[in-house]
Design a protein around this ligand. Structure first.
Ligand code: RUB
Length: 404
């Protein structure tokens, strides 16, 4: 059967098989009681079926026939595979672990336009294959456009590859996007003439459904070279709008994901959001850090990296983004375990450098260089004063108590 297959983890006083059957009914052609409207009707073509059950591990696979889904409608897909089932009182906990799509479904979407290689082409790192280093402008909010551009200039002239807005900066009165963007792009151009390295600026175009296409158009018209979207709060359809209407690479932030992904027994696994991002066409996606401030487990993060990068229906690989509490001393472990195809982002870890933003950007680059050269951070720091100062300040590896 051509079907979208969803794997769930289920906890209930009922057997897993029974719960899975309840979910399959609820999410396709059934309800809590027999209804007269189905008498004599063959609804097999849209009836979900339980295909596999593991009572011991609490897992079940449900196959949702492809005809159940409207073409190219991600919200409707989620209403089925991740809909009412979460609220059923007979099911104590349920977690959507992963999705598998048939070719008929896959072919409705474009996948990333740029992917890892496309983004590398822009920066000029395809040959050496080094990791990208990025920064989030800090403070998150409160700077005006001129102040934002001044910080961007420092970061770009320190050799940062990617500058991004934070997830809560959009088009507020204190920093309108149409004013901020040209100033930041100008700052990046000035830095380019000095350091001869291109910098991406992921401008956050997150807004309501009625405005997202126009917001992205304004960004393109004002010289943006990358767009950013908060994909969980704006919705995956907002990503689709960007992918289908714009010609720029897309940086995907996952703010609010923790409400859905963090409880291991309930909600939606990040794996699902990785697949949807790749299917629809994000070019970079936040998947967590091994050494940073946000919750995350190593095996899981490495698995998310591989979902973004492994061969999958011919789609281009997505750049995994490691972000949240990073500083130069984290780079060794992040790259050592995750490889060079990684974007390492540091906000506080750049702008909090004792010598300022430019030195913070340099220190991140120097840390990445150490990895590319195959030398340890401490050894490389001997000839790299900014890195040396960063290591003195924050040490090597994870900081134990971030918010003391
Ligand atoms: C980074 C920051 C980002 C997090 C989000 O700032 O706040 O939004 O990366 O987390 P800083 P995740 O570098 O100062 O901590 O990437 O896990 O979604």
């Amino acid at each position: 059967m051509d079907a979208v297959r969803a794997t769930y983890y289920i906890e209930s006083s009922f057997p897993v098989k029974r719960c899975a059957e309840i979910i399959a009914m609820e999410e396709s052609t059934g309800t809590w009681t027999e209804v007269h409207t189905t008498e004599g009707k063959d609804l097999d073509f849209v009836t979900a079926k339980v295909e596999d059950v593991d009572e011991i591990r609490g897992k079940a696979v449900i196959a949702y026939p492809v005809d159940l889904f409207e073409v190219r409608n991600i919200p409707q897909l989620l209403s089925v595979v991740a809909g009412n089932l979460f609220g059923l009182s007979d099911v104590a906990n349920v977690r959507l672990l992963d999705l598998e799509f048939p070719n008929e479904f896959i072919s409705q979407f474009r996948g990333p336009a740029f992917g890892i290689d496309g983004v590398r082409d822009y920066i000029g790192t395809k040959e050496d294959g080094r990791p990208h280093v990025g920064t989030i402008i800090k403070p998150k909010v409160g700077l005006n456009p001129e102040e934002t551009a001044a910080v961007a200039y420092e970061a770009a002239s320190g050799g940062i590859d990617l500058i991004k807005d934070d997830e809560t900066l959009c088009d507020q009165r204190f920093c309108p996007m149409a004013e901020r963007l040209p100033l930041v792009m100008d700052a990046i151009d000035r830095a380019l003439s000095e350091v001869e390295e291109r910098t991406l600026y992921a401008v956050n175009v997150t807004t309501g459904a009625d405005e997202i296409a126009e917001r992205a158009d304004i960004a393109e018209e004002n010289g943006a070279n990358m767009l950013m979207i908060d994909v969980i709060t704006a919705g995956f359809d907002a990503l689709k709008v960007l992918r289908e209407n714009c010609s720029l690479p897309i940086h995907v932030h996952r703010t609010m994901h923790g409400a859905l992904t963090r409880n291991p027994a309930h909600g939606i696994a990040m794996d699902v959001f990785c697949r949807l991002t790749r299917l629809i066409g994000g070019d970079q996606l936040h998947v967590g850090t091994l050494t940073g401030k946000m919750e995350g487990e190593e095996t899981n993060i490495l698995h998310l990296d591989s979902i973004l990068k492994e061969e999958w229906h011919g789609f281009k690989p997505v750049f995994p983004v490691s972000s949240g509490g990073l500083h130069p001393g984290c780079v060794e472990e992040e790259i050592g375990k995750r490889g060079m195809d990684l974007v390492l982002q540091a906000g506080g870890g750049v702008h909090g450098h004792p010598y300022g933003t430019k030195a913070g950007a340099r220190a991140m680059r120097q840390a990445a260089e150490a990895m590319a050269l195959g030398v340890g951070l401490e050894a490389h720091a001997a000839g790299a004063p900014e890195l040396s100062r960063a290591l003195e300040t924050w040490g090597i590896g994870k900081i134990e108590n971030y918010y003391r």
